[in-house]
Write a new protein. Structure first.
Length: 99
């Protein structure tokens, strides 16, 4: 018995792998030009639950858009030796660079 993978499934799987590789090669940091800590929210444009200072290294986990079309990202990162899911921030205040 043999089975074949559908071409669309193979393409989707390849895109997932390539996306993971690109993300792994980048380092992202909080870069809020106002100089104040960046507000972190439960969901895009919702209640503030935390704030992060410029220079904090973060990982972008997901992207979404608010009702005005602005991109928001869900971020996580290490804090005191533990990985945390921080929450949502405006994408423009996170800068990513190649490692």
């Amino acid at each position: 018995m043999s089975f074949r993978l559908a071409p669309t499934f193979v393409l989707s799987l390849a895109l997932v792998v390539l996306t993971a590789e690109v993300q792994a090669k980048q380092i992202c940091k909080v870069t809020d030009p106002t100089g104040t800590p960046l507000n972190v929210r439960n969901s895009p444009n919702s209640k503030i639950i935390n704030s992060l200072r410029n220079g904090r290294e973060v990982e972008i986990l997901e992207t979404d858009y608010d009702n005005r079309g602005r991109p928001w990202v869900r971020i996580g990162g290490n804090y005191r030796g533990e990985y945390r899911f921080w929450g949502w921030v405006i994408r423009e205040f996170i800068s990513c660079y190649d490692r």
